[in-house]
Design a protein around this ligand. Structure first.
Ligand code: ACO
Length: 432
């Protein structure tokens, strides 16, 4: 029998269909609610509201499960590459060798930026946050590739745009770093793969090539894969919402970069390192910070803890924590911040306040320590997140475009402002 849900308003009962996802997730489809009842629903922060159906990523926050296109992220982090995972997310299937070679070849072809675009970097203040520059650069790509701005691009055109965007975002990101440290821009090399090429553009100088360590490449590979998608988070929902107005891919993804920048989302990774440094300055007094986070009169939060959907250990954080230990060991780096992070996590996991609220370390808690060990400055951490999240944003934009049920995103509101009143000329207003 088909499952239904009933809502009774003022004694009148209305029936709504229940839809069931592949993993038995249930939703009451209230799309006819307003027509049937003239009522709307209120769900601040969308904690109970699905905005779409999606086949990209499955997440079970209670059990700490995350799968891209059905494949557990643990397997992808262990065995895949960022490029292959990107292909999987965007097209829905793992590539054949030939498909992967073709996809990777377009990365090489599209790695450089148009020459005129480099002027933007010159004009941006070195102290300005790199996320501002990244967002502007991604959006401005639309001006350079008008031929790709079709309202209904074909699958092949989207694949080309995806490879071009993923490749250029890596170059833009490295250049935002070079700009922020006032160093000359280093062009990409055709002979290097995705991550080595990024490291080369970040750290080589006109006179000296950066020495690429395999351990660093492996750690970044894992991080980018683990950041590649996370279903309807704040930035991905932003990309879908902007794209729902038929805005082009570059504009939609650029809005995603802005949403990601916030410290409650992808900006948390840089805040974690600032917090750990603060704790270090306070002679490692972890309890002081825990108490501040628990104080009901303070807005302070322990950065890198808590998640809207994980009420269990974030499976990505588990892998990243292990990777952080491995990389620091391999590189022979003793970072006191890692010890502080481990002690903070232990203390938090024992504390009733955090236990009751099911607050665990999230993806941002240990990732910054890996970036720091590689020599990437804290302001660049959200940019690293954006490079990783790019395939997810593209996959969702593509899915949203292909879904015949997509409508322009337009939430409603409950108006709580003034009732109608008359305009008063300035001379007659109070206080004149
Ligand atoms: N430190 C202390 N208390 C916290 C924290 C934290 N990091 N996170 C949540 N809480 C508390 C809240 O104060 C609230 O307490 P209350 O019930 O007494 O009012 C309760 O836990 C529930 O918190 P909400 O804000 O309602 O949870 P929400 O799902 O809206 O927020 C969020 C999730 C934004 C991630 C939150 O946990 C947070 O601010 N964390 C710190 C920032 C962070 O690490 N962000 C990265 C998230 S991962 C990502 O986006 C990539």
């Amino acid at each position: 029998m088909e499952e239904t849900a009933r809502i009774t308003i003022n004694g009148q009962t209305h029936e709504f269909p229940v839809i069931t996802g592949t993993e038995n997730e249930k939703a009451i489809d209230i799309s006819t609610l307003r027509n049937k009842t003239s009522y709307i629903t209120l769900d601040s922060g969308f904690g109970n509201t699905a905005a779409c159906t999606s086949a990209v990523t499955f997440l079970d926050g209670e059990q700490g499960i995350l799968r891209y296109r059905g494949i557990p992220i643990e397997q992808l982090a262990e065995r895949s590459t960022f490029i292959e995972t990107s292909y999987l997310l965007i097209t829905g299937e793992l590539p054949t060798r030939k498909q992967l070679e073709k996809f990777a070849a377009s990365f090489t072809k599209h790695a450089s930026l148009p020459k005129e675009m480099l002027n933007f970097f010159a004009g941006y203040p070195a102290a300005g946050h790199p996320m501002g520059l990244l967002s502007a650069m991604v959006c401005s790509l639309a001006g350079y590739y008008p031929e790709l701005l079709k309202t209904e691009p074909s699958g092949e055109e989207i694949e080309l745009m995806a490879a071009q965007l993923l490749s250029k975002v890596r170059t833009i990101s490295a250049y935002t770093h070079r700009k922020s440290v006032n160093k000359p821009l280093i062009p990409p090399r055709d002979d290097l793969k995705y991550i080595p090429n990024f490291l080369h553009m970040m750290f080589s100088t006109p006179k000296k090539e950066y020495k690429i360590e395999q351990a660093v490449v492996d750690a970044l590979q894992t991080l980018l894969i683990l950041h590649a998608d996370h279903e309807q988070n704040c930035s991905t929902s932003t990309v879908r919402l902007v794209g729902s107005s038929w805005a082009n891919l570059y504009a939609s993804v650029s809005a995603g970069v802005c949403a990601l920048w916030g410290p409650l989302h992808g900006g948390a990774n840089q805040e974690v390192v600032f917090m750990l440094e603060e704790i270090q300055k306070e002679k490692g007094n972890i309890q002081k910070f825990i108490d501040k986070a628990k104080d009901p009169d303070s807005n302070y939060r322990l950065m890198g803890f808590g998640h809207r959907v994980y009420k269990n250990y974030d499976p990505r954080a588990k892998i990243i924590k292990q990777r952080a230990h491995e990389l620091l060991n391999t590189l022979g780096i003793q970072d006191p911040l890692l010890d502080i992070a481990v002690r903070l996590e232990e203390a938090v996991l024992k504390d009733d306040y955090f236990k009751e609220r099911k607050l665990y370390p999230n993806v941002d808690f240990y990732s910054g320590l890996i970036y720091k060990a590689i020599g990437i400055p804290a302001v660049m951490f959200p940019v690293m997140f954006a490079i990783g999240r790019m395939p997810g944003w593209i996959a969702h934009w593509k899915e949203m475009k292909a879904d015949p049920k997509t409508k322009i995103g337009r939430p409603r509101q409950i108006y709580v402002g003034q009732k109608q009143r008359d305009y008063v000329p300035i001379q007659q207003r109070k206080g004149q």
